[in-house]
Design a protein around this ligand. Structure first.
Ligand SMILES: [Fe+2]
Length: 391
């Protein structure tokens, strides 16, 4: 059945290629400004990734007005405020984020205040607070997971209140996303696996979500196909550039998909787990995805059944129920394969989540902004059963 109405709006230009980060200045020309401020983190900086990118841009007569390398593991309100202040003081006209989800989201959120002034939380919390485009924003992802280079969402950690704040606006979408497999080549197995499972969660939740559309579903399906083909390979052999490229493309497609259809109860639970216990987002999603699928089983089984062959299951002769269960089994099996490579845990207890925190997590999950997009009502007592199963 087709949706009564939907829209698909994807203004981010995506370019893909090996070695592209050293030679993309002509793409930047199109954005019309010359002075850029670079944001990254200490790890990416220490790996020597920034210098060649900077050199390539400077040789093409762009000016790097300043750099900021102090984005913490979870993009914090404080980091966002510092980026917008430093970028503004430096005289920059645009922003370049080089990093994983935290760097991208911190820079994305900083663009509110950098471009328009005001206060991040007071003026821009929630959705659609902007009336015009922000300053040019370029993203070079160094993980294949969040797909944040192609989403209209930024998630920022509020340290004081131990919660994650979500900002969404179509004007937050980056202008240019540069996907280069050389940038993810040195990502260790743990981060490769957990960020890849985050991308899988985006794709699966977007596919079954209440706002899914033919456009978002097509991107989700293709992302899932790539993840099942490439994630174990990329985790096992980091220098497999085809696998790295496949995962970057998959994460980007999943990002574009969920930027339109959002995510559901797995993210509700993962945000609650991350807010309370600081388990990394991708690890929480990796553990919880099969359990969230089980939570949604009755309402989403027809769609899960369609995903089974995409995940490599031969569904010949199977009923819808059987094929749907096989899809969940395939996700669980992928987690186990990554676990066998010592890359991710498959149980909440092994991720350091205290058992006594499960009821609080279940409650917090029901207050997460993602619940409205889940195909089934998110009820604390029911969620708690699945959290206990995941424990
Ligand atoms: Fe996510």
């Amino acid at each position: 059945m087709l949706p009564e109405f939907y829209q698909f709006h994807h203004p981010t230009k995506v370019i893909y290629g090996e070695g592209l980060v050293n030679d993309f200045a002509h793409e930047v020309e199109e954005l019309g400004v010359k002075k850029y401020f670079i944001v990254s983190d200490q790890v990416i900086h220490s790996l020597g990734f920034i210098q060649p990118i900077k050199k390539g841009l400077e040789e093409a007569n762009f000016v790097i007005t300043g750099e900021f390398y102090d984005v913490p593991q979870d993009a914090s309100v404080e980091a966002v405020e510092r980026i917008s202040r430093h970028a503004g003081d430096s005289g920059a006209e645009g922003l370049i984020a080089i990093g994983g989800g935290s760097v991208i989201d911190a820079t994305k959120a900083a663009n509110f205040v950098f471009s328009e002034g005001g206060d991040l939380i007071e003026d821009y919390s929630g959705a659609a607070t902007l009336t015009r485009p922000l300053k040019p924003f370029i993203v070079i992802p160094t993980t294949a997971g969040t797909g944040s280079e192609s989403t209209l969402v930024a998630v920022i950690y509020d340290v004081a209140n131990k919660t994650k704040l979500a900002f969404s606006d179509k004007f937050l979408l980056p202008d240019l996303a540069v996907l280069d497999p050389l940038m993810t080549q040195s990502l260790p197995p743990g981060l490769t696996a957990s960020t890849g499972m985050d991308a899988l969660t985006h794709a699966v939740e977007s596919y079954v979500g209440v706002d899914s559309s033919p456009h978002s579903e097509a991107l989700a399906v293709e992302a899932i196909k790539h993840i099942f083909k490439y994630l174990v390979r990329a985790t096992d052999k980091g220098d497999d550039l085809e696998a790295r490229g496949g995962m970057l493309i998959a994460a980007n497609m999943a990002g574009s998909s969920f930027s339109h259809s959002m995510v559901g109860c797995v993210h509700s639970m993962a945000h609650a787990v991350g807010g309370l216990t600081r388990v990394p987002h991708g690890v929480a999603n990796a553990i919880l995805l099969p359990y969230g699928m089980e939570y949604n089983f009755e309402v989403s089984k027809e769609k899960f059944a369609k995903l089974a062959p995409v995940m490599g299951v031969d569904v010949t002769g199977m009923s819808i129920d059987e094929a749907a269960r096989e899809a969940i089994a395939a996700v669980r099996n992928l987690g186990r394969q990554l676990n066998a490579l010592d890359a991710i845990p498959v149980r909440l207890r092994d991720a350091g989540v205290p058992e006594e925190s499960l009821p609080t997590i279940a409650e917090a999950a029901t207050e997460d902004g993602t619940i409205v997009y889940n195909p089934r009502d998110v009820v604390a007592e029911e969620i708690l059963i699945h959290l206990k199963n995941a424990y």
